[in-house]
Design a protein around this ligand. Sequence first.
Ligand code: ZN
Length: 355
Amino acid sequence: MSAGKVKGLRERLRDGESIICAEGYMWELERRGFVKCGCFTPEVVLDYPERVTSLHEEYVLSGSDVVEAYTYYGHREKMKVIGREDELEKLNLNSLSMAREVADKYGKLMAGNLSNSTTFVPNDKESARKTAEIFKEQVEWAVKGNADYMIAETFSDFAEALIALEVIKKYGNGIPVVVTIALYSPDLTTDDVPAVEALRRLEEAGADVVGLNCARGPATMLPVLREARKVCKGPLAALPVPFRTTEKERTFQALTDPKTGKSVYPLDLACLQCNRSDIRNFAKEAKEIGIQYIGLCCGSSSNFLRELAEVYGRKPASSVYSPDLKKSYVFGSDVTGHAKKVAEHMRGTTLMEFS
Ligand SMILES: [Zn+2]
């Protein structure tokens, strides 16, 4: 099957449908042991492709409408860091064809991906030219790989996001574009454009969907998007990291361990992970704001994605495994006899009585 056989992104959004998009491949594959924390490059695509395909499938079965090609940081600048720049084209094309295959198998959309170059310098013409070149080759590969649309993500500079959008418009053969900003703190891009203003300008410049992804957890992302909803006309995207960011520590890079006071990014974040109720509440609030394009970024997992999908009215294949505590032999509602005592011991509620 080739691109275009399932209902397109633009048509779905136009008809008021929501899009659930699984992101966070880099983070999840690092957690599974196949991405190096530090450089965060995607050579797993070449070295263990079946790990990537399997994660694509897992996310689809858990509710994703989109299979995003794992080319995050698969650009010239980053591949240089690991000395594998010569494998750049192969990595991109392989990744796109793996994603295409899973998308076709399940009747989903396939998205190509651009990420921040990591070397961009605002107000520097040479840097802008070089960045556009990095993006151009990736966009051309995405077109060759039959991507249904492009995701351009995690830009902290507005100007770099705009370059990505312009390059996709120019070389992307007319495919739709989702552009998301990674908003750090304060609520300004790192080239000092107010967040909501940046989203408005990206929309005006022709992005089909604008929004925020990565960096912020649900609690510090949604208030910004609530403001953006008043200003932007088109569909908005929310793809936070599932971590408990706060007004004081707005990004997951800023979080500190409540026990030690030490910075937890990137190795020790587990102690501040959102739980399922946080994810469910995030999805409810996003729905109420009118967020049409939703997902989770770094730190996401299949069970979180399923929670979110279910709040958005979906019943993905893996919903047959959704929790049902009534079936627990100890925590069910009508537990009697010895099992009741086991439950009490588990919870420690008998501790006082017998000690
Ligand atoms: Zn992320």
